[in-house]
Design a protein around this ligand. Structure first.
Ligand SMILES: *Cc1c(COP(=O)(O)O)cnc(C)c1O
Length: 231
């Protein structure tokens, strides 16, 4: 299969699962995670009407940025503070999924102010409390969001998580459910300046469960582009 065929298969699956779960498929955004993949493959996906692309590294995002002016870019990897200035200069950097500390929030706010823009952010939550992963713990997240809610050049749009990689995907369901509950709780609190709209969860191996549990953005890499090639 090529990227186009794999993409069509994934899109069909998303629609099926959404309908089966009583959701509108249009509520679910497919983010094509293009890290370590060529512009050639990305072109096949863009040609099918997918415009949201995700990258894990600022350098690679910069290298690919001018690929097409139709693309809305998403930063999904851990963000170092010294790279923030490059990111805020990219107009079509639509959403940062990986806000994981107060220091980073302050830095993004400061750099975004210089560019006179507001950056949209998701707070990354380490639901499984995996010591090898970035992100806040669930119980820290509410206070964290309250702390940054009035930063003028940031807009919190929701939450993101990376589930543990497990053999049986059913094992990740409780993590997705916990994130969804946290999301609803923060939303209900109606914190001024916070717009809880997006729940970014689910990757190639677990997006189906994530959709059943309420994901609004699924981040699919190998499921569309095939195995990543590391040089
Ligand atoms: C690489 C990556 C993905 C995509 O992973 P696949 O298993 O290839 O679908 C999604 N989210 C994040 C944060 C990633 O780093």
């Amino acid at each position: 299969m090529n990227s186009k065929e794999r993409l069509l298969k994934i899109k069909r699956r998303i629609d099926e699962i959404a309908i089966k779960s009583g959701r509108n498929p249009e509520e679910i955004k497919l983010l094509a995670v293009s890290k370590n993949h060529s512009l050639d493959k990305m072109q096949q996906v863009l040609a099918e009407g997918i415009c949201d692309f995700g990258e894990s590294r600022v350098q690679e995002l910069q290298d690919k940025y001018s690929f097409s002016n139709k693309v809305a870019w998403h930063m999904i990897g851990h963000l170092q503070r010294n790279k923030v200035k490059y990111l805020v200069r990219m107009d079509r950097c639509e959403l940062i999924h990986s806000l994981d500390s107060l220091r980073l929030a302050k830095k993004i706010n400061k750099e975004a102010r210089k560019e006179d823009r507001v950056m949209n952010l998701l707070v990354q939550v380490n639901v499984a409390e995996d010591s090898k992963k970035y992100g806040l713990f669930c119980e820290e997240t509410f206070d964290f969001i309250k702390k940054i809610a009035d930063f003028e050049n940031l807009k919190v749009k929701g939450l993101m998580t990376i589930a543990p990689y497990v053999g049986d995907v059913e094992e990740v369901r409780p993590y997705f459910r916990r994130l969804r509950n946290l999301f609803e709780r923060i939303k209900e609190a109606e914190i001024r300046g916070v717009e809880m709209e997006e729940l970014s969860m689910g990757m190639s191996n677990d997006f189906e469960v994530a959709i059943e549990e309420g994901a609004t953005i699924v981040r699919i890499g190998s499921g569309i582009f095939g195995a990543r090639e590391y040089k």
